[in-house]
Design a protein around this ligand. Sequence first.
Ligand code: ADP
Ligand code: ZN
Length: 299
Amino acid sequence: MRFGSVEAGGTKFVCGIGNERGQVLSRTEFPTTQPEETLARVIEFFDGEQLDAIGIGSFGPIDPNPASPTYGYVTTTPKPGWAQYDVLGRLKEAFVCPIGWDTDVNAAALGEATWGAAQGLSSCLYVTIGTGIGGGVLVEGKLVHGLVHPEMGHIPVKRHPSDPFAGSCPYHSDCLEGMSAGPAIEKRWGRKGHELATDDRVWELEAYYLAQAVVHGILFLSPQRIVLGGGVMKQRQLFPLIHAQVKAMLNGYVQSEWITERIDAYIVPPGLGDNAGLCGGLALAQAAWERAQAQVQRV
Ligand code: ADP
Ligand code: ZN
């Protein structure tokens, strides 16, 4: 199998070609500019390739509902030119193969469950902590959409008593994203996260907020694994801090050895590393291909 993958980010697009084993054979990346220009580069990258399917994991919010007239659109983003833009439609004009479409984080959750840190599990929660925060959810082998799609980055969090930062979310000020995404760290401390690597206060506070999100994830979804990715999680010292805070918050209530004994193997970095996004697109492509095959067989 030969699959195309698009990691459609608000800052950059990454395109790749890979296979059903999750191996990335070639890749390219370019900045996200106006949609027509950006998608022309995507189309150029795949032009002439014999692809069985393509998968797109996109920044959002998006419309992931195949029955909706705006299926395949990026919807209400403030990003200039992209609001109500038909990303999937533009690619369908250019390619005849099946094309899978989902949020970037749902794609990453599926990629991790297929080849990565949640391999073989039927449920996982993938949270990215980068320029924004987003959560992708796999439950009983299926990606969760529902009303629209989960928007875990904007859950309310309890403010730390010593934290006077107002928060940076334009909608909610001090939601999870407003208190703990990369830009919030930079605004609160006056420097970017990677320049603050040795300042323990920064990461204790960061873990305080992220642990709340993880606890909500555990209590709501009971996922078999939680994968935390994105630029901020490159600060690996966050993991033991989050493990300790999650255990403290749950206080022995959820009786699973994955929490009481093995939390370091339960809340983990992406197994696919920097390829998590691209592999997510490959997994979406594979799923789209399988759906198309099933349809052919039914006819
Ligand atoms: P995006 O979310 O735009 O797709 P990233 O996941 O790389 O991209 O997130 C970018 C954010 O993460 C920025 O706010 C940046 O400051 C922060 N970040 C990137 N690398 C690191 C790092 N090594 N340590 C701490 N923060 C980082
Ligand atoms: Zn918010």
